[in-house]
Design a protein around this ligand. Sequence first.
Ligand code: SF4
Length: 340
Amino acid sequence: MIHQNKSTQQTDVIRSWKKSLQQGFSNWLELAQFLQLNPDEYSVVSIKHFPMRVPLSFAQKMEKGNINDPLLRQVLPISEELQTADGYVLDPLNEMAFNPIKGLLHKYHNRALLMLHPACAIHCRYCFRREFDYKAQTQAKESWQYVFEYLKTHSELDEVIFSGGDPLMHNDETLDWFIQHLEEISHIKRLRIHTRIPVVLPDRITEGLVKVFNKTRLQKIMVIHANHPNEIAQDVTIGLKKLQQIGFTLLNQSTLLKGVNDHPETLKALSEALFEAGVIPYYLHLLDKVKGAIHFDIEENKAKEIHAQLKSITSGFLVPKLVREIAHQRSKTWIGSEKF
Ligand code: SF4
């Protein structure tokens, strides 16, 4: 038997998640072939600044031969993306108004969001940051000192959110470096990670990553992003359990999307799958009106109706809050469904 030394094993693990990342699809003909679909069934367009990007593990969860698969719909750039409509804009949340310093958004009183990495493992066609100018926020390690200085001088900040893109696109060493800098700031108590990677690239939850998070003094919250129960397969659950075991509070946010999860039974199944994996359903967002995503929109009254039906068929703790994010509001706006 051949014994590998520890550093070789670690290198293999890193190679393995990076390899999984590269194994995805960025070409519709290849994805159609993989899914046993006729590529002519959808009018797929090429969006240069936000091309198709689908990790293999996500594509493997799609139903073969089903052009209406809810996971496929989330990632396929179809011709409807070219539609324009009043109110659908490039920056629906006007985030640049809360960008006092490169790499940081300070929108809400006690928490700041760091745009740690410009890329994602998947391109979700409804993403409110699909038009975001990440290049303008990307900087060398030395320049992050200005961000740490900002955090130090704002003692009202007790929570920092790692966001992106997707923060888990960074390697373990870089994430460790960011966390160590936060730990030096005494008023920072909590670290929140906003990521879709545990769902779309579960190989990323490596032993090395778990070690990085396990040693921090900060309270850890991870807000994952899943929209449909088919996304929560066994490989995803295994990764989530590892995070739960080291003390992460796991929450999920979904977006209510036409043709993906706009049925109470689907949302109920999603909540149940999440809960079995140790994740609390947290938010159900109404679509942010970003240019190119109009075909996913659900009218607000219809959303309230779906939410009310969900409430009537499952336990209260499995019902995520229905919310809309409104630019310049100091918190998310709850959309009630009491009248139904
Ligand atoms: S993973 Fe998140 S940030 Fe990235 S494209 Fe999807 S919704 Fe947007």
